[in-house]
Design a protein around this ligand. Structure first.
Ligand SMILES: [Zn+2]
Length: 228
């Protein structure tokens, strides 16, 4: 079954693979990694770009996106994107919100709130925030997590106990965040920004969200990375 699900030519939907993965009684982590791989195979870069454009359209309708591009955001984004490992059509948009948030969606779309632009006026600080989101896109984290989310929903809908699977999923997401922080510092360096700005950003970040984890832990992790 799993061979069938791994062979791209025969995969139509992850839905075909959810039950197969359950039958294999894989360890939660293995099942999640496999679901991520399947989604990555199913969704090629062109498909990812189309999905990004669709979500961006919804954002345009549903959120207060700024009418005009922000010069500093675009300049920093452009500088970083020269060193990105994926040749994406990078687009940087401002969301008119006081909250401090940044987000990336499929295919190269990155959003920063007005609140974040005001909280971090230095170019290098903004570079860390954007580079972190770019790192998720380099990793295709959105596509991988989509596959994993689908697996969890399929099994939950089938009445399976998904407790362990969900715990493991949180750990994998946290690992992705640390990976994005590490890559962000590397990407900043390639673009000529000092790594210390990353620590400054995380140390003064006053909002914690479930996806990224506690800023203090990210700082500690990053310090270890910088010590090498
Ligand atoms: Zn992140």
């Amino acid at each position: 079954m799993v061979e069938r699900c791994n062979r791209r030519a025969e995969i139509k939907e992850l839905e075909d693979c959810g039950p197969a993965l359950a039958e294999l009684a894989l360890e939660p982590r293995e099942a999640l990694v496999l679901a991520g791989e399947i989604a990555s195979e199913q969704i090629d870069p062109a498909g990812e770009a189309r999905m990004g454009a669709q979500v961006h359209q919804r954002y345009e309708n549903g959120f207060a996106l700024a009418d005009r591009p922000d010069g500093r955001l675009e300049a920093v984004g452009e500088k970083l994107s020269r060193h990105a490992t994926r040749p994406l059509d990078w687009r940087f948009s401002v969301v008119e919100s006081e909250e401090q948030q940044a987000q990336s969606i499929y295919g190269g779309y990155i959003y920063a709130t007005r609140g974040i632009l005001q909280a971090f006026p230095m170019e290098a600080q903004l570079a860390f925030i954007l580079a972190h989101e770019m790192a998720h896109l380099e990793n295709r984290a959105q596509v991988v997590q989509r596959g994993q989310k689908t697996l969890v929903s399929l099994l939950r809908n089938a009445g399976e106990d998904t407790g362990r699977l969900e715990q493991e999923w949180v750990k994998l997401q946290r690992a992705e965040e640390y990976s994005a922080d590490r890559r962000a510092v590397e990407l900043m360096g390639q673009a000529g920004y000092p790594a210390e700005a990353a620590i400054q950003v995380l140390s003064s970040w006053d909002e914690e969200d479930d996806a990224h984890g506690p800023p203090a832990e990210r700082v500690e992790h990053l310090r270890q990375t910088l010590r090498g």
